[in-house]
Design a protein around this ligand. Structure first.
Ligand SMILES: Cc1cc2nc3c(=O)[nH]c(=O)nc-3n(C[C@H](O)[C@H](O)[C@H](O)COP(=O)(O)OP(=O)(O)OC[C@H]3O[C@@H](n4cnc5c(N)ncnc54)[C@H](O)[C@@H]3O)c2cc1C
Length: 325
């Protein structure tokens, strides 16, 4: 199978890239991966995606994006890309069913997965008090209590943001000091709503229908205790989904794909967009914006390639001798 443009991933970045590529008549192929619709499809309510004054379901929003891109000629494949070869053209992608797909352009939008605590109750209560995105879910916890797990910049930054909504914020950190920047630490220590529990881990998330508390273990004494809360926000890092690109394109030390600010990677014709690049904003709208950029860059790249190929086929212009002196 060959496609001019193959998009790996079907989250907001991938589907927006597909929409723009399809409207440029490039008939893109989207390889959906294990999570069709991406991370947003797993969340119940999205309140901050422009254009939806009433709340929109994450799954519904992503279905709309998929339908919109399909309307202009996008095809979809339910597969996982297991291997890529960007050293030859066309590029080669091998899927989990062993199919090899070739492409003139590849747009990578495989996202990043929040690191899980991996404790009992976490999975069961996901979206029912357990959340990995304070910016996204803060509104649901107005007037409630929340726990943030972690001690880095994200934990403090998002925790401080949460204090605008919650009545109490407890930050549980496995060490006796924070890794976050000192300015964030100062703000957190000065905030009357913030309390720290040091040298401790969350061992269990408690609750049946919704989160009602967490079980905390002190790592020094081994003592266990229960802390009542309505929400748990694990902020212990994100893992970009880039294992299959190691050795193929440039990644930063955290494994995120390096681009030049215009979604171009170090391999001409390979573009990257969304959370697989962005470790700062991590929002559907920013991912979608980058998807748009990647498709526009891809369109320009292909036009230049076509123009260069066309020029190479033209006969060399004859030299006209105008006169002799
Ligand atoms: C619980 C939760 C709630 C959130 N709520 C909001 C919100 O309300 N508003 C908001 O703006 N943001 C929200 N976010 C953040 C938002 O979901 C992400 O910023 C956004 O989804 C990133 O889009 P993306 O397209 O870059 O990646 P993703 O949405 O993560 O999509 C990645 C895609 O890549 C595919 N993929 C991965 N590896 C492969 C592979 N090897 N082969 C093929 N496909 C592959 C996956 O199947 C998936 O389709 C939330 C995040 C979480 C976790």
């Amino acid at each position: 199978m060959h496609a001019k443009v193959v998009v790996i991933g079907s989250g907001p970045a991938g589907l927006t890239a597909a929409l723009y590529a399809a409207r440029a008549s490039l008939e893109p192929l989207v390889i959906r991966g294990l999570q069709p619709g991406g991370l947003l499809a797993t969340t119940n309510e999205v309140e901050n995606y422009p254009g939806f004054p009433d709340v929109v379901g994450g799954y519904d929003l992503m279905q709309k994006m998929e339908d919109q891109a399909a309307r202009f000629g996008t095809s979809y494949l339910d597969a996982v890309v297991e291997q890529v070869n960007f050293s030859e053209r066309p590029f080669q992608l091998t899927t989990d069913s062993g199919d090899v797909i070739t492409a003139d352009v590849v747009i990578i939008s495989t996202g990043a997965s929040p690191r899980k605590l991996g404790v009992p109750g976490e999975e069961k209560l996901a979206n029912r008090g357990v959340s990995y995105c304070a910016t996204c879910d803060c509104f649901f916890f107005r007037g409630k209590r929340a726990v943030v797990v972690g001690g880095g910049n994200s934990a403090l930054d998002e925790g401080l943001f949460l204090t605008r909504f919650v009545t109490e914020l407890v930050i549980v950190h496995r060490r006796g000091e924070l890794r976050a920047d000192s300015i964030l630490q100062e703000r957190a220590f000065a905030n009357p709503k913030v309390r720290f529990i040091w040298d401790a881990t969350v061992d269990k998330v408690l609750g049946d229908e919704r989160v009602t508390g967490v079980q905390i273990k002190n790592l020094k004494s081994g003592e266990e205790s229960i802390l009542e809360t309505d929400a748990v926000f694990p902020y212990i890092g994100h893992l970009p989904n880039t294992a299959l690109f190691v050795g193929q394109i440039d990644l930063d030390e955290g494994g995120y794909i390096l681009t030049d600010g215009r979604t171009r990677t170090n391999i001409p014709g390979v573009f990257a967009a969304g959370d697989v690049v962005d470790h700062i904003y991590r929002q559907a709208i920013t991912a979608a914006g980058e998807g748009c950029m990647a498709a526009m860059e891809a369109t320009w790249f292909l036009s230049e390639q076509e123009h260069a190929a066309h020029k190479a086929q033209m006969p060399a212009p004859e030299t006209t001798v105008l006169g002799r002196w």
